[in-house]
Write a protein that binds this ligand. Structure first.
Ligand SMILES: [Zn+2]
Ligand SMILES: [Zn+2]
Length: 173
């Protein structure tokens, strides 16, 4: 994990600009994938739970992403090793650091665009978190995405996240 330097207000914008400039070709592999075309709130959630069980830290709380403009479809960039991800609204192009990503984004050298195996890159997003026992503090973070084009859903990234108070973290997905 990178240092705990707080970013300024333009952290995400710098982050995205760097991504575009780098024209990164690496693709992040999807895991626990499913081709069923179900409503995301059931299918994507079950994908995150299934994946998290294999990861030992079981996801218990979830939240979906919605832009301030009301749109729920995004392109996504991330760096799993650094534990950061950002979403760009497909309607208004607003950029938003997912969870506590803004706290770490300034220290991240590279981010990778998420792409579905079908080649599309517009997703609905759901985050899930596992907590420490008898605590509201986060232990592990899961990022699930569902392709708008083909409906494939799965976990695209997960990382250790020790945010204090899961509600606040999930309010910023
Ligand atoms: Zn928007
Ligand atoms: Zn797809």
């Amino acid at each position: 994990m990178a240092g705990e330097t707080s970013s300024g207000g333009d952290g995400v914008a710098v982050f995205i600009a760097r991504w575009i400039a780098d024209t990164i070709s690496a693709r992040h592999d999807i895991r626990g994938q499913s081709w069923r075309l179900n409503p995301m709130n059931t299918e994507l959630k079950s994908q995150i739970i299934e994946y998290s069980i294999k990861n030992v830290y079981v996801a218990e709380h979830f939240a979906t992403s919605k832009c301030t403009c009301g749109c729920e479809t995004f392109t996504v960039v991330m760096n799993e090793d650094e534990g950061v991800a950002a979403r760009i609204c497909t309607a208004c192009e607003s950029e938003h650091g997912i969870g506590d990503s803004d706290d770490f984004i300034d220290d991240v050298e590279e981010v990778y665009p998420i792409e579905c195996t079908c080649g599309a890159n517009r997703f609905k997003i759901m985050a899930g978190v596992a907590l420490y026992d008898e605590s509201e503090d986060v232990r592990w973070f899961y990022l699930g995405c569902e392709c708008e084009s083909c409906g494939l859903s799965g976990v695209y990234g997960d990382w250790k996240n020790e945010f204090n108070g899961y509600r606040k973290l999930l309010n910023n997905v």
